[in-house]
Design a protein around this ligand. Sequence first.
Ligand code: F6R
Length: 366
Amino acid sequence: EKNGFDHFMLKEIHEQPEAIKDTYRGRLRINDGIIKMAGIEDNLERILNANRIIIVACGTSWHAGLVAEYIFEDLVRIPVEVEYASEFRYRNPIITSKDVVIAISQSGETADTLAAIKLAKQNGAFVFGVCNVVGSTIARESHAGAYTHAGPEIGVASTKAFTTQITVLTLIALKLAQSKGAISKTEFHNYLAEMEAIPTKVEESLKIDGHIQEIASVFKDVPNFLYLGRGYNFPVALEGALKLKEISYIHAEGYPAAEMKHGPIALIDEQMPVVVIATKKGHYEKVVSNIQEIKSRKGKIIGIVTEGDTEVKSMADYVIEVPETIEGLTPLLTTIPLQLLSYHIAVMRGCNVDQPRNLAKSVTVE
Ligand code: F6R
């Protein structure tokens, strides 16, 4: 059932090209120049007239929500707030009938996320669910929704659920942007074409597994890791750190690269590996100067760069290349090597990758 892979997590990492295709199949219609999503079409006015979109989720799904915040605000120009479901529900939040709440949940059973949407509904908000498990409670409790269609995710650490959540949220943003007239025909088409090419590019990113294993073997015994990214790749840094923590038990933190100098830079010495997402486009020069700051304090740099990069390569201790795409879609590619890096480090440390200690696949307690 692991299909020849040693662990479900590795199998699920490798399933991503197909899973992303399954997510956009039937929805992304390049030839017609449209995106087909009944859950959005049937509620178009309600969603486009929203004062704001509130995204509620936990864990990895919350990270997907953060990526969506960048995409939605960029493309749709509706204000977005991303909330931890557990914080949102307990702080007497201001919710009105002009709000649209998007709940993101792989399992569709997370107790806090479920409670958050119930609260939102009581206050008149429109609730849109993005779930993976068909017929799950959150899917049923939502007014409308879109499934990720990633297939069953068995590994406790979420992988293909994350990339397919980003995929479906990007499709939603594009559809709304087109309906609102907020995106040019050329940009829309460009996005569709690039989205269609993502599975092939994910496949390419999976091929450099051997190189990532080498890097994993260098750093497998360190006590701490830092992950940095900016813009669309800031949430990817958070997700990279979460993945490492949960399966290898190495302490890791994700930060927006520019926040480093406001505190975390104090941690940097020759023992500290720093994973920096430094793809072309998307604040590249700024990230390069963040890398210089780390270098001058002797931190070890693992750069996630665009294929053919030379500038970061000349500074970093290690680089991992990902294919080029438009900025808004880079999280779908930069996530892949970070999943593999955590996986290999965890395996080398003898950890139970598929069932990390203290964790359950779906958190149905509050
Ligand atoms: C991380 C992980 C958890 C879940 C979180 C939300 O790898 O698996 O952080 O992302 O518990 O779960 P869902 O998406 O099922 O609501």
